[in-house]
Design a protein around this ligand. Structure first.
Ligand code: MEV
Length: 454
């Protein structure tokens, strides 16, 4: 999948102190065992939350529909997702508490546990490569592509200046703006070619969708006038291979057998699209919840990650794990285009709270943390899959859901949970049916007891 533009190397790893406090490793200890109130206290101690944040969260977060009315149409309320925090993350030499808005059991536990392993035995480093987003202008039928391309090339400097003056001036004032225009010939499939103009812009700390769409629509008329062709449509591309995010994890002196198994599991995902899809879903288990918690467009990132995973013509893994001497080294690379200004990110108080919790100072910073958490999440999944299997850890944590799903009362919950744990130990499997059956037995026993039966 050629996109006609090579990525440029931007400043590498960024590891600088930001305004919010950096949690110390000691404060991560025993975090998962704390009550909710104790978690609040610990997060305040870490500097990840302040007392106002705690009041907001304790009060149930956003309540009035006014803000929702600003974002979408036909509002009837909010959909509440659980918001949790992953601990133990040390990325580019800085400690982080990572907010994750997600419904799936065990993602946060796995992320925190694996981050602890990395913290104790290795490191996580990140970087962004390139800073340009892409807008596309399609000309469905181009009779003479050569002369079409010449017209674009001879006008591009003028168009870039015009777009920056008339549309992207706000962005230019912040150090960004339209940077380049390129043209691509895309086969129509009927022997002909379509002309596709790529407009490249630096969106600074915005995700940039609105601005690049506006720029492309603005350029429609000048393009049509100069080329004599008809523009069919203008829209951004989510395959942003001109703005990539990378994360690298090293586990030093990993036990050889485990390292080899993870390497084999990674090869499976690199070579087989069926496995790659599930591998990448696991990576996105770490990324999407941060995007949601910070009010970012997770569908755009998902689309970009999957398209990037298929860039060579076969869908593959966005992560790679290899043994290098005694160390296991993992790499993540894909576009994670996010914003820290504009839209929901700026207006939603929970999104702001989550950005502050991580001390985010730029879109690149947020993107790099997403990559780090995605790669760590992948490591946790591959370790579990190649050793104990996924069921054990996942189901242990899922027991609570099954218990509640079966309709257990507060008094019945611990009894059902204990029985489910025993069944899981014995059979390596549990289901909602088990929980329902246990509950039936408990209730039948209680009734018999009340009726004085033996
Ligand atoms: C489940 O949500 C994610 C995993 O399937 C990821 C993987 O298989 O790598 C465990």
């Amino acid at each position: 999948m050629a996109t006609g533009k090579k990525v440029k190397l931007e400043s590498p790893v960024l590891a600088r102190a930001v305004s919010s406090g950096e949690p110390s490793a000691d404060l991560f200890k025993g975090f998962s065992k704390l009550s909710r109130e104790e978690r609040f206290a610990r997060l305040v101690e870490m500097g990840a939350l302040n007392s106002e944040d705690v009041g907001f969260l304790r009060g149930g977060g956003l309540k009035t529909p006014d803000l929702a009315e600003k974002f979408i149409e036909n509002v009837i309320g909010y959909f509440q997702l659980p918001l949790g925090v992953a601990t133990n993350f040390r990325v580019d030499g800085r400690d982080y508490v990572i907010p994750l808005a997600v419904e799936e059991t065990s993602i946060i536990a796995a992320a925190s546990k694996t981050a602890k392993w990395v913290r104790e035995s290795g490191e996580i480093t990140t970087e962004t490569v390139g800073n340009l987003i892409i807008g596309q202008i399609q000309i469905a039928k181009v009779s003479d592509f050569g002369s079409f391309a010449e017209v674009i090339a001879s006008n591009k400097t003028k168009w870039i200046e015009l777009a920056n003056k008339d549309v992207a001036h706000g962005l230019v004032a912040r150090g960004g703006g339209v940077r380049d225009i390129q043209v691509r010939a895309v086969p129509r499939g009927d022997g002909g070619q379509m002309g596709v103009i790529h407009v490249y812009a630096d969106p600074c700390d915005a995700m940039g969708a609105n601005i690049i769409n506006q720029v492309c629509e603005y350029l429609k008329t000048p393009v049509e006038q100069a080329t004599g062709e008809t523009v069919t449509m203008c829209i951004l591309s989510n395959l942003v291979d001109t703005k990539l995010t990378r994360a690298r994890v090293v586990i030093r002196g990993i036990e050889k057998d485990l390292g080899r198994k993870i390497e084999e599991a990674s090869l499976f995902a690199q070579q087989d699209p069926y496995r790659a899809a599930t591998n990448n879903k696991g990576v996105l288990n770490g990324i999407d919840p941060i995007l949601i918690a910070t009010g970012n467009d997770w569908r755009a990132v998902e689309a970009g990650v999957h398209a990037y995973a298929a860039r060579d013509g076969q869908y593959s893994s966005v992560t790679k794990w290899k043994m290098e001497g005694d160390d296991l080294v993992g790499i993540f690379e894909a576009p994670i285009v996010v914003g820290t200004v504009g839209g929901v990110t700026k207006l939603h108080p929970t999104a702001q709270l989550c950005l502050n919790m991580m001390g985010i100072d730029s879109a690149s910073h947020l993107s790099r943390l997403c990559a780090a958490v995605g790669l760590v999440q992948n490591l946790g999944a591959l370790k579990a899959l190649t050793t104990v299997g996924i069921i054990e850890g996942h189901m242990k944590l899922h027991i609570k859901n099954l218990t509640l799903g079966a309709g257990a009362s507060e008094r019945e919950v611990p009894i059902v949970q204990k029985r489910l744990e025993e069944i899981l130990m014995l059979t390596k499997r549990i289901s909602l049916n088990n929980a329902v059956e246990i509950l039936r037995e408990i209730r039948a026993g209680a009734q018999a007891g009340a009726a004085g039966q033996p």
